[in-house]
Design a binder for this molecule. Structure first.
Ligand code: G3I
Length: 382
């Protein structure tokens, strides 16, 4: 099992080829990110996915720097529930065992998501589901998956990307008088807006001790349509006593050439405004009695020169530190999580052509300025 696991810990997303011997490994005499975060009572996490090809450098870097893993795809219904009456726990069991073996927390992602690519064909190909039938399917899915890992998975993204901004997202169902809306895809269409509380209540029944999260992207800025809709919806859940413990803020940031070319004073002002808005946003969810968590941070740069230009990498580092300090200075932000820690397996190049260079280490695991600046900030807080 151990050998197989060693091979398992390679992210999928179009490997850029075998590790290059010229890689300069991290300074092993230096305390890793996880130790610095632990000194502040917080955790440092990264997404992991199953293998495509062996990469002996991946696991040592993961285990040195992180004490929390988020399976990027393994727990998605498409992969864990391939047929109506069949669950496939082979990979999720191995990931859970790996986490247990190494004392890592595992954040389960995700029990419900309307995105068709995360759902199995047996669910999306049928068009005559009734509401009661779909509620039964959803409750059985959650009871089976969460029940299997009861007491082992410490937190779940019960719901992912259920909200939207109609200015940027199609299929966004907006209630009269509101700016933000709910993603009108599969679960919303089949059950209605209350699928979220049905899912949360099913998860609580299956594991009363697991932390239950609603996770979303694009709500970083306080007062934005999506942030306002999410806040209103979650406030109502809290008021009505629906089980929820936290909200996840994904933070997939995309820098533009304009951002990178901004004169320094304007750039610094942009950062300060973003930090203030983010801080206020996270604060108000903490004030509801909820945790917040950075769940999927990466900072994509336009392809080409920016991936090697010192100023552009320095600005990327400032965004990573902005996100880190906003989380760790918040009253309740227990973990700070990256959607990959090496450019070698980042999802960005494949999903966002023309962008890349989005993580804290290059494709040879050589730390980038973002890695070093995060450590500098963490040390300044000790
Ligand atoms: O494993 C199959 C492979 O066998 C097949 O040859 C290949 C081509 O069809 O597809 C592979 O599966 C892909 C999977 O990633 C593994 O690479 C799926 O098609 C593809 O849809 C899936 O994309 C994932 C995406 O979520 C949709 O589930 C990305 O890896 C993953 O990084 C991305 O992560 C999401 C979070 O879950 C939610 N927040 C946004 C974030 C980025 O989109």
């Amino acid at each position: 099992m151990r050998n197989r696991l060693c091979l398992l810990w390679v992210l999928y997303a179009g490997c850029s080829g075998p590790p290059d011997d010229s890689s300069t490994p991290v300074d092993l005499t230096d305390e890793p990110l996880r130790e610095l975060a632990q000194s502040l009572g917080r955790r440092m996490g990264s997404v992991v996915n199953p293998l495509i090809e062996p990469d002996p450098a991946f696991e040592p870097n993961l285990l040195r720097e992180f004490d929390l893993i988020i399976p990027g795809n393994a727990f998605k219904p498409k992969n864990i529930h391939p047929h109506l009456d069949t669950f496939d726990f082979s990979l999720t069991d191995e990931m859970m065992d790996f986490a247990s073996e190494h004392g890592l927390e595992l954040h389960g992602h995700t029990l419900t998501w309307g995105k068709a690519s995360s759902l199995p064909a047996w669910l999306t190909s049928r068009t005559d589901w009734t509401r009661p039938e779909l509620i039964a399917v959803l409750e059985n899915h959650i009871a089976t998956v969460v029940g299997r890992y009861r007491g082992r998975v410490f937190a779940w993204d019960v719901v992912n990307e259920a909200f939207c901004d109609p200015a940027y997202e199609a299929n966004c169902v907006v209630t009269a008088g509101e700016d933000g809306g709910m993603d009108g895809s599969f679960w919303y269409q089949g059950i209605g807006p209350d699928f979220i509380e049905i899912a949360l209540e099913a998860a609580r029944r299956a594991d009363p001790d697991a932390m239950l999260y609603v996770n979303d992207n694009g709500w970083e800025l306080n007062g934005s349509p999506k942030a306002s809709k999410l806040y209103a919806y979650v406030s109502d859940l809290v008021t009505r006593g629906v089980p929820i413990d936290g909200v996840g803020i994904q933070m997939h940031w995309g820098m533009t050439m304009a951002d990178l070319a901004l004169p320094s004073p304007e750039w610094q002002l942009r950062l300060e405004e973003a930090a203030a808005s983010l801080r206020a946003n996270l604060q108000r969810f903490n004030d509801l009695g909820l945790d917040v968590r950075v769940t999927e941070l990466d900072v994509a740069l336009p392809d080409g020169p920016p991936c090697s230009s010192e100023q552009d990498l320095a600005r990327q580092a400032e965004v990573f530190v902005l996100a880190l300090r906003t989380c760790f200075e918040a009253r309740r932000c227990p973990s700070f999580n990256l959607w990959g820690f090496t450019d070698k397996y980042s999802w960005i190049p494949e999903a966002r052509p023309g962008y890349g260079c989005a993580t804290i280490m290059d494709s040879n695991y050589v730390p980038k300025p973002a890695y070093h600046e995060m450590k500098t900030w963490l040390r300044s807080r000790l």
